[in-house]
Design a protein around this ligand. Structure first.
Ligand SMILES: Nc1ncnc2c1ncn2[C@@H]1O[C@H](COP(=O)(O)OP(=O)(O)OP(=O)(O)O)[C@@H](O)[C@H]1O
Ligand SMILES: [Mg+2]
Length: 332
């Protein structure tokens, strides 16, 4: 990774996404920054509602802009994507940026064969003849490990299993050799064995194409499998960012430690009692003025309740938003 450390595919700088809702304005993503290098898998983790999906939906401008406001920068391909028109954005979705979501059917049209859909995606963005696009589609299906790809090419999505459909979506997402892949919980709906196969597949294909990946998951077991670096989000903000080894061996934010301790596969062997993080995530209408995690934190002091910590470099490459990052041992 050091060889690519200076290169970036994507850099998100102080992204803020607000929604105008009937019950008032909310800021779902509040000053998020991170970057992704070629071939790197950046994990984005955090409990439900912390802003993972809104972050990537903002990057791809998938939200209804009648009710959404963006500030900050999403730098990709020499441009700030937040400045582009909808027409210009369409050139990015599905070609330079591949996307995979939890439900493969959200990316597949039930009335067309899988082959037609992959070919259409390829021809919309690459200058290939129909025959060449078909050959490429079959090649992609083969690369994703779909048996008898020529036969599957002519089948409809409903004829495939969930795992096979997700392979088709991966084939579509990577067919135009995107520089960036965005995967939002792509394996959550799959059984464990299929999940492991799909993770391997994404890992191998991204290495082969040198694609930078943003991988969203709430499952730290998945993070350990596939991610190189990880951003932990809480209530719309990044609260910790580090490489995957340090995330598990040397977490510095009490929330990150809480997530690790509440993941069965990670700690259950040593400790049968899972430590559930007490309390609930506050709502976006009710964001605390001090540290957003203070009410749930075993280490919180009055200082934490009254002041909002910044995301600061704790060690090279390891950032934490916590006044008590140096005292985390007290929780162990
Ligand atoms: N269109 C919208 N209008 C208003 N609020 C929204 C909208 N979309 C999302 N939100 C809010 O933004 C916050 C972040 O949502 P988001 O979907 O990004 O969470 P998430 O981290 O992806 O959660 P999950 O793990 O459940 O997918 C939530 O409080 C959600 O209710
Ligand atoms: Mg989500």
């Amino acid at each position: 990774m050091t060889a690519t450390a200076t290169q970036t595919v994507l850099s998100v700088d102080n992204l803020r996404t607000g929604f105008w809702t009937e019950t008032g304005d909310v800021t779902a993503v509040d000053g998020v920054s991170f970057s992704v290098a070629p071939g790197e898998v950046l994990g984005v983790v955090g409990e439900s509602g912390c802003g993972k999906s809104v972050t990537v939906e903002s990057i791809m401008r998938l939200l209804d802009e009648k009710y959404t406001s963006y500030t900050g920068e999403v730098n990709f391909d020499g441009k700030n994507l937040l400045d582009l028109s909808e027409k210009e954005m369409q050139q990015y979705r599905g070609s330079k940026v591949g996307m995979i979501f939890q439900d493969p059917m959200s990316s597949l049209n039930p009335v067309y064969t899988v082959g037609e859909q992959i070919v259409e995606g390829i021809r919309a963005h690459m200058d290939l003849s129909k025959a060449d696009a078909k050959a490429r589609a079959i090649e992609m299906l083969k690369l994703t490990g779909i048996p008898s790809p020529e036969k599957r090419f002519s089948e409809y999505p409903h004829q495939l299993s969930g795992g096979m459909r997700q392979r088709v979506v991966i084939a579509m997402a990577l067919a135009c050799q995107p520089k960036l892949l965005i995967a939002d919980e792509p394996t959550t709906a799959l059984d464990v064995t299929t999940q492991a196969q799909i993770l391997d597949l994404i890992d191998n294909l991204c290495k082969e194409f040198d694609t930078g990946t943003i991988f969203i998951t709430h499952d730290l077991g998945v993070v350990a499998e596939i991610c190189h670096r990880v951003v932990v989000m809480y209530l719309g903000q990044v609260i910790e960012e580090t490489n995957v080894e340090d995330l598990f061996d040397n977490p510095r934010h009490p929330y990150t430690l809480g997530l690790i301790r509440s993941t069965p596969s990670m700690e259950a062997e040593q400790d049968e009692d899972l430590h559930i993080i007490p309390g609930r995530v506050p709502t976006l209408h009710n964001v605390p003025s001090g540290c957003r995690f203070a009410a749930r934190c075993a280490l919180a002091t009055d200082h934490c309740r009254e002041n909002a910590p910044e995301l600061e470099e704790f060690a090279p490459g390891h950032k934490v938003r916590c006044f008590r990052a140096a005292d985390i041992e007290e929780m162990k």
